[in-house]
Design a protein around this ligand. Structure first.
Ligand code: NAD
Length: 472
């Protein structure tokens, strides 16, 4: 066949189309993933300035587009995350991804305050910070990124993410999808930026970069402490160790069902999930047998000893104090897998392992993030509350109670002072699953913002007009 036999015009237009397509894809991909923090800051600064020239209506379109793309890709992102991080349950991560997409408030949550009087009109508006550095965890990587993106962008900011290295590919994919959705609606690229090789070092570089105006750190005590000591405004969303109390007045069947549902959700990874069960002795047997009915495995004393050996790592601090941390190999793993590691093969379906221990046991006082739940028996509600406060360790995070006694509920809430307090439901009701209210995946106990929204990513600015525009 000679060249004269080909439809040259058709061929040329096909080549042009292909080149255009590749150029666009190249621009998109390279525009959101940066090799250095400085390059990301430069791009994010430019994008933020552009978004400030656009209307709030336009911003709402970007947020809607983010919601749609994440809902559409929720399964794919969940599968990718579990494969990459080796933690958690795909179906539960799908719920978290969709929850973040559906129930994170958008720009509508921002309200202008006004005061008018003899001397005119003063308004206080919620303005963006500029470029936010967001450090995100491996336990809820996608849901946190989606939640932060919607909240931060709704407030008119751009964001640079330093994600957990063990979830970097799935996190980058989510950021890329959200940016594509924004660009398709006419937004600037690089409103949401990721780093090619995120690490503790890139997170620290973000903390100290002069182009970053606000930081959010969602993770354990180390990253929160580092963010709060870096000399700029930081929102710290730190660790939890939520106790759940069951008193003698509770609906025990429901309590057992709810605790297993909450405590085994995503293999106990979320910071809000039940981490230590405290039960008043007279209803302990009934609670245990009902938990067994709800797919819990009750470990024997020997099995608990074997679990202790592989799951909790003991270290001695300089002061001589003994500290425990979870063995990372088992964080977010299935209950059956963990039992197999100590030679126990369970045939039936199980969601959690219950270990009956003392209140000072490493499983009770450590945030283990595994579906191995310690259960401690106590004499009465006063002892339960005292132990609840002790195991929560002033994280000011989450606590749960199953009770029909309003006084007991009130006493526990007052004593423990957590950001989230759930009554008669699984812990996840506290972030809007089966409970009222919006969701967040950045729960800022230490710095007090609580369940963060777009409002927390704004600076309040006052605008005063004297002797006019007050119309009464
Ligand atoms: P992690 O602290 O190991 O890592 C979180 C992020 O911080 C990662 O991106 C990591 O690279 C970075 N990082 C860690 N140490 C750092 C340091 N010294 N300086 C700078 N950056 C640092 O936590 P994880 O294992 O990813 O997540 C689990 C922890 O996060 C649990 O303690 C859980 O309770 C907490 N968490 C809290 C919330 C909340 O909203 N309060 C939400 C999710 C997870």
């Amino acid at each position: 066949m000679s060249i004269a036999d080909l439809d040259v015009d058709k061929l040329v237009s096909q080549i042009i189309l292909e080149v255009k397509k590749r150029n666009t894809e190249g621009t998109r991909a390279s525009s959101v993933v940066y090799n250095s923090v400085s390059a990301a800051v430069e791009a994010a600064t430019k994008a933020q300035k552009e978004v400030m020239q656009q209307s709030i209506e336009q911003r709402k379109k970007y947020v809607e587009a983010i919601r749609l793309t994440i809902i559409k890709n929720a399964e794919m992102l969940a599968e990718m995350t579990v494969k990459e991080s080796g933690m958690g349950i795909v179906a539960d991560k799908v719920i978290k991804n969709k929850l973040a997409a559906n129930k994170t408030p958008g720009p509508e949550i921002l309200k202008t305050e006004a005061c008018s009087g003899d001397r005119g009109l003063t308004i206080v508006e919620m303005a963006p910070f500029g470029v936010i550095g967001a450090i995100t965890p491996v336990t809820n990587p996608i849901a946190t990124i989606v939640n932060n993106s919607i909240g931060m962008l709704s407030a008119g900011n751009s964001v640079i993410f330093s994600v957990h290295p063990n979830a970097k590919e799935s996190s980058k994919k989510a950021i890329e999808l959200m940016n594509e959705a924004i660009v398709e609606k006419g937004g600037p690229p690089s409103l949401l930026c990721s780093l090619a090789t995120p690490s503790i070092e890139t997170a620290q570089e973000l903390m100290h970069h002069p182009g970053i105006n606000l930081l959010t750190a969602t993770g354990g005590p180390g990253v929160v402490k580092a963010a709060l000591s870096c000399g700029k405004k930081a929102i710290g969303a730190g660790a939890g160790n939520p106790p759940v109390i069951v008193d003698e007045t509770a609906d025990i069947e429901k309590a057992a069902r709810d605790i297993i549902a909450g405590g085994s959700f995503d293999n106990n990874l979320p910071c809000i999930t039940e981490k230590c069960i405290i039960v008043v002795g007279q209803v302990a047997d009934k609670l245990l047998s009902n938990m067994e009915k709800n797919k819990a495995y009750l470990a024997s004393k020997e099995e608990i000893k074997a679990l202790e050996k592989i799951l909790a790592i003991e270290t001695q601090e300089e002061s001589g104090k003994i500290k425990y941390s979870p063995n990372k190999k088992y964080v977010g793993k299935d209950a059956k897998y963990i039992l197999k590691e100590i030679g126990v093969n369970v045939q039936r379906e199980i969601k959690a392992v219950i270990t009956e221990v003392e209140g000072s046991h490493p499983f009770a006082i450590t945030e283990m993030m595994m579906p191995v739940l310690p259960l401690v028996q106590v004499k009465n509600i006063d002892k339960a509350i005292a132990l609840g406060v002790e195991v929560e360790q002033n994280n000011k995070h989450t606590a749960v109670i199953h009770s029909k006694n309003v006084d007991n509920m009130t006493s526990f809430a007052r004593a423990i002072q957590t950001t989230i307090f759930v009554k008669n439901a699984p812990s996840y009701a506290g972030i809007g699953v089966g409970g009222e209210g919006y969701t967040t995946f950045t729960i800022a106990g230490p710095t007090g913002e609580g369940l963060t929204t777009a409002r927390d990513y704004t600076r309040k600015r006052r605008c005063v007009l004297v002797d006019a525009l007050s119309i009464v």
